[in-house]
Design a protein around this ligand. Structure first.
Ligand code: DI6
Ligand code: FE
Length: 403
């Protein structure tokens, strides 16, 4: 099934709906609501009493809940192979080090990704993308970061873009060359960052909208990540950072100082980090799938985020090593059960705040006039049900750009 996007030159409306517009600071609930769209853009979302006279096609949604189309703002959806065998070894008692010594870990995914053609990467990612689409996801961020040399990083970014051309979904490709040190650099991470900054970012700039790096003991130092972020901004790319996933290096504060849209993971973030993020308006992207799969016990500082006013987003982190999930609905439940998020926080985390994490607040994330008409129509009337269910998908219909 090939789906190419076309511009809709028509007026449409969805009536008899319960709307969760996400406008304002909560869910923005409107009973007996209407969404009207023209040429793929929302022209009205509000109570039936103020709605414009129905023009064009009208759809009675029979009391169903309509939310903005969901946004998965952090994924590594493109990757060669998988690591099911390594995980099986770990369940039988093998340590991470043993697996790494046996050629496993991130380097095994690098090898599989280098060996795969662009078409193979596209084809293997498609079922994962379709699983997200089936849950009402209308925008996805996809990172490179398993090629770790110029041509293979570009191949990943092209495969990510191709997904957006073959399905009705907005794809935001992010360059993550500074994800891991490729073995041919034999421990010389500064030399690899020279390559990232000097060759990879200029080559990736036409294909990516943002740049990310893995700030971690097993990744790159804050100083090295700073070089990456500075180079990205010189190419007018948006920036973000994997920070405080396994240890506290204040990568999140560094990201904030560099005007990052988001800092992601954050289990080990301190109050000072959160304060720096609040001051810069950097979004906290929480990834409960990785927390769960790695059996992490250190919780991200959600209370400090609330108190200091940092917006929270939730994403799948879909990747073969630490979060092999293709369910954003499951992340809603895990965000609540594992991190203590409320229904409002969880749902805003995959809509309005996820849009902010991608720098797309003017385009998507709420049901408001002027935004893209990306809708998820659910077979539920209470928004809490979307967070409450575990492993159940109540999507009725998904609309992308009014279609
Ligand atoms: N943090 C993660 O959890 C993944 N990357 C990252 O920076 C792990 C990627 C992998 O193990 O393949
Ligand atoms: Fe990640």
């Amino acid at each position: 099934m090939i789906h190419r996007r076309e511009t809709v030159q028509m007026e449409q409306c969805w009536t008899n709906a319960r709307l969760a517009t996400m406008a304002g600071g909560d869910l923005g609930l409107i009973d007996d609501g209407v969404v009207a769209a023209k040429d793929g853009r929302i022209v009205y979302a509000g109570p039936v009493t103020g709605a414009p006279a129905a023009a064009g096609q009208s759809h009675d949604v029979e009391g169903r809940l309509i939310t903005p189309g969901l946004i998965d703002c952090h994924t590594h959806l493109i990757h060669g192979g998988n690591r099911a065998n390594e995980w099986a070894m770990r369940l039988e008692g093998a340590s991470y080090e043993e697996i790494a010594r046996a050629g496993g870990g991130i380097v095994s995914t690098m090898r599989a990704t280098r060996e795969a053609s662009e078409a193979e990467l596209f084809a293997s990612a498609l079922p994962r993308l379709d699983a997200l689409i089936a849950e009402g996801v209308t925008t996805i961020e996809i990172k490179s970061g398993y090629g770790l040399r110029v041509d293979d990083e570009l191949k990943m970014l092209r495969a990510a873009r191709a997904l957006g051309e073959h399905r009705a979904i907005r794809v935001e490709p992010t360059f993550l060359g500074a994800h891991a040190l490729p073995p041919e650099y034999r421990g010389d991470s500064d030399a690899y960052i020279d390559l990232v900054v000097g060759e990879m970012i200029p080559a990736a700039a036409p294909l990516a909208t943002a740049v990310d790096a893995f700030c971690e003991g097993i990744g790159f130092s804050p100083e090295q990540c700073a070089r990456v972020l500075v180079a990205a901004k010189a190419h007018e790319l948006k920036v973000k950072l994997h920070a405080e996933q396994l240890s506290a290096l204040s990568g999140s504060a560094l990201a904030a100082r560099h005007g990052a849209l988001s800092a992601d993971h954050l289990e080990y973030a301190t109050e000072d980090d959160v304060r720096a993020m609040a001051e810069a308006g950097t979004v906290a992207v929480l990834l409960p799938g990785a927390f769960y799969f790695m059996r992490e016990t250190k919780l991200p500082p959600v209370d400090a985020m609330r108190r200091l006013g940092v917006r929270i987003a939730l994403a799948t982190d879909n990747n073969p090593g630490t979060s092999p999930t293709s369910s954003l609905l499951l992340m809603l439940n895990m965000g609540a059960t594992l991190f203590g998020l409320t229904v409002v926080e969880a749902l805003r985390g995959v809509t309005v705040n996820a849009a902010a994490a991608l720098g797309l607040s003017d385009e998507i994330g709420t049901l408001e006039a002027g935004k893209a008409c990306d809708l998820a129509i659910w077979n539920v009337s209470d928004p809490a049900e979307l967070v409450y269910r575990v492993g159940f998908n109540p999507l009725h219909q998904r609309i992308k750009d009014g279609q």
